[in-house]
Design a protein around this ligand. Structure first.
Ligand code: PEP
Ligand code: MG
Length: 757
């Protein structure tokens, strides 16, 4: 059974478009189950109907023409309850709705199962038979399993059509929404530019050729280069390998012939594709077909095709390095955005970011927030490779991407963009005003930084200190570990720019989703593995060089604080403090007049929450990393879009942990700050202030928004609100209560989370 399932899924996966996907499904399922009919009905939202999209066994003429209203017939019932219906004689069921022209009157037995993707019912898969008999348990289980596996493929095929503005049954659609999660708030309208890691055939986007003739000529040159390489290899291998193996190179050369693979690529270029896209398309088709074969020798040939085509791709990319053209309103799209991809786009042209992978608390999203660029993360169903050059609306508040925008929707979003511009202008007047409530309770707003550019922006926004300098950022942008001297220069810049204001430097926090290209960490569970302080304590030479660089950089300025990430026990704090003291003594012995800095720990793990008081005793300050704390308390990977809806710092467990940390730190007389992203959410900031956090540290782009909200409330209102939400047991209810309080205080709708568009 597993083999049958696997082979159907593989074959379906290889289909080109929605219709062939469905045709393969009905034909293969009918055969595998030995039934007389197999059909697929899909929900067409444009028509609000379930349309018979494919069938083997019913009249072919009915396909594409026959439909059922939502809720109508047995198909409607399966979809409504999202449960299978298995009947001996369908016509006897009260919901049976006879579909004229299909010829279904000849069939009695009926089994319909829902096709469900991400909790929504896409349609219904039906098998029918002449006999009056119930399908047995095994058959039902088989169809359910198959439907669950195929739902993703069908959803993808549907989405690919939707991107072109076509509904499943071929009607024109507008305003197709692809959900993701918010990475950075704000709205953008622009043209998609798809970027991708090079040398990976599966990631090449579809683009139009600028000059078809030239593209073909260029492709042939590259093809020839690979042919020559193959002949050279063939010659080199003489005497080294058996003659049959040497023959393989001849096979390779023949595969590249104009009449074989090469020709298919040329044909596709003639249809308008650029060479890389055409090559990737043809290669992926062949690879899928080979992989779907039951014969292990043939399925292995997929590897040969991949290898061969990758070689051609290498030449295509090397001989014509892609100069990506960035439009004036670029929406940068990638399967997985990286900070380096962002850095390539001229800042004034970059209007929005879309990443298929990752989630709102991935580090690239944090970077986007710092830069104030609207971002959608985790748009897992977006067929991003088809998006090149298309106009998209990006809603960074709701975390949605909208393609084929209608005039009406575009107009509404343009109004929101205008409203945002006005809001930002209006906030500028707050830069030099203190962050205090209407009844004069003072809160300190600090910033999180990573690059020098952040520092400049932060000072401009009136930041009062740096609560988190992510020192790993310069490490990530380097090609090897930066030397002590190099680090010292970078740190000095930050310290000097902010002096006399305090700069909190976190020791290197790599691992998890931050891996250095020159120090790869491969682990099954990276967020539970070798991360943060665990890495640096295992490599005291790296830790010591960093501490020495920080201390040296602070000479004469004395505004440095050192902060330790990912602390899970007291031993780590003791070991780190010993290394800091040692570095300090060494520098004194070397005649460098350093001052011993305050040392603090981050509370990012549940264990640290329970030990907050003990930890507070050992250090000078406490800072909560709510991004990781939320991840670890809720057991939700901060980087995984599938569970992004479960990731919320408004969860009552997170709020009570935060309150506990404040109480414990203050009981030891130690200041407590928060540097996770929630500090930059105006609604959350109000709760944090009421809890007693002394410092809120956030991305620079959020600073004035938070200040404006805090200034519009009294401490009494904030404390009442906190008291009220601490009684609530659900994150969504807490969010709503906070929004309501902000609404009552007259806070602008763009600063609240429950914005209505
Ligand atoms: C955090 O975890 O909240 C934090 C500030 O650290 P990072 O986001 O860099 O992991
Ligand atoms: Mg963290």
């Amino acid at each position: 059974m597993l083999d049958r399932l696997r082979s159907i899924v593989q074959e379906v996966n290889a289909a080109k478009d929605l219709q062939s996907t469905l045709d393969i499904i009905v034909s293969r399922v009918r055969k595998a189950m030995g039934t007389q009919v197999c059909s697929v009905y899909l929900l067409d939202k444009e028509l609000d109907c379930h349309v018979l999209m494919a069938s083997e066994g019913l009249n072919k003429e009915a396909v594409g023409h026959v439909s059922l209203q939502v809720g109508e017939g047995l198909v409607g019932l399966v979809a409504k309850h999202a449960e299978p219906i298995n009947l001996e004689d369908a016509s006897l069921h009260p919901s049976f709705h006879y579909l004229k022209d299909t010829g279904e009157e000849n069939f009695h037995a009926f089994l319909g199962v829902p096709i469900i993707h991400h909790r929504s019912v896409l349609g219904v898969l039906v098998v029918q038979h002449e006999d009056r008999r119930r399908f047995d348990e095994g058959e039902e289980a088989f169809l359910i399993t198959l439907s669950a596996q195929l739902a993703g493929v069908i959803a993808h095929a549907e989405a690919t059509g939707a991107i072109e503005g076509i509904s499943p049954s071929g009607h024109k659609t507008f305003d197709t929404v692809f959900p993701g999660v918010s990475g950075s708030s704000g709205v953008a309208i622009g043209q998609a530019v798809v970027v991708f890691p090079h040398a990976d055939l599966s990631k090449i986007p579809q683009r139009h050729a600028r000059d078809i003739e030239k593209e073909i000529e260029f492709f042939k040159i590259c093809l020839n280069s690979v042919r020559n390489d193959m002949r050279d290899l063939h010659a080199k291998m003489a005497g080294q390998v058996a003659e049959e193996e040497r023959q393989l190179f001849d096979v390779y050369v023949r595969m590249l012939d104009d009449s074989a693979l090469g020709n298919e690529v040329v044909e596709r270029i003639k249809m308008g594709s650029w060479a890389q896209g055409a090559l990737a398309y043809v290669a992926n088709e062949h690879v899928r077909n080979f992989e779907a074969m039951n014969d292990s020798y043939l399925s292995e040939r997929a590897i040969d095709i991949k290898d061969l085509c990758s070689r051609v791709l290498f030449y295509l990319q090397e001989k014509d390095p892609i100069e990506t053209e960035y439009h004036d309103n670029t929406i940068l799209v990638s399967e997985e955005l990286t900070p380096a991809m962002l850095a390539e786009v001229p800042k004034e042209k970059l209007k929005g970011l879309i990443s298929v992978k990752g989630s709102g608390n991935s580090h690239v999203a944090i970077l986007a927030r710092t830069m104030g660029i609207p971002t959608v993360m985790g748009a897992v169903d977006l067929p991003y490779s088809q998006l090149e050059g298309k106009e998209v609306i990006l809603d960074g508040y709701k975390g949605e991407v909208i393609t084929n925008p209608s005039e009406l929707l575009r107009k509404r979003y343009l109004e929101t963009i205008e409203e945002e511009n006005q809001l930002v202008k209006g906030l500028e007047g707050l830069k030099d005003l203190p962050c205090e409530t209407a009844d004069k309770h003072r809160v300190h707003l600090w910033v999180n930084t990573g690059l020098m550019a952040d520092v400049m922006q932060s000072l401009d926004q009136g930041a009062e200190g740096i609560g988190l300098f992510r020192t790993e950022v310069p490490f990530l942008l380097s090609e090897r570990f930066p030397s002590e001297q190099e680090q010292s220069v970078i740190y000095r810049e930050q310290l000097e720019a902010f002096a006399p204001k305090v700069v909190t430097m976190r020791t290197l926090d790599i691992g998890g989703d931050k891996s250095l290209p020159y120090f790869p960490i491969e682990e099954a569970n990276p967020f539970l593995g070798w991360r943060g302080i665990r890495v640096t304590l295992d490599h005291p030479e790296i830790f010591t060089a960093q501490i020495r660089a920080m201390l040296r950089a602070s000479v004469g300025l004395e505004n440095l604080q050192i902060m330790l990430p990912m602390i899970s026990n007291v031993n780590e704090v003791n070991s780190a403090k010993q290394l800091i003291k040692k570095a300090f003594r060494e520098l004194l012995q070397e005649g460098i007049k350093v001052k011993y800095p305050p040392v603090g720990v981050m509370i990012e793990l549940p264990a640290a929450v329970y030990q907050a008081r003990t930890l507070a005793k050992m250090v000078d300050f406490i800072s909560v990393g709510s991004n990781d704390l939320t991840q670890y308390l809720l057991a939700v990977d901060r980087n995984n879009p599938r569970v992004a809806n479960l990731y919320t710092a408004f969860h009552p467990a997170v709020l009570s942990a935060l309150q506990q940390v404040v109480t414990m730190a203050h009981a030891e007389g130690k200041p407590v700050s928060i540097c996770g992203e929630m500090a930059g959410d105006p609604g959350a900031a109000v709760l944090l202030m009421a809890m007693g956090f002394d410092i809120l540290s956030m991305n620079a782009a959020a600073l004035l928004k938070v200040k404006s909200v805090i200034r519009s409330l009294t401490m009494e209102v904030a404390q009442d609100l906190l008291e009220q939400v601490m009684e609530l047991d659900d994150a969504q209810m807490i969010r709503s209560a906070v929004d309501l309080a902000l609404y009552n205080a007259g806070v602008d709708r763009l600063l609240r989370s429950s914005r209505t568009n």
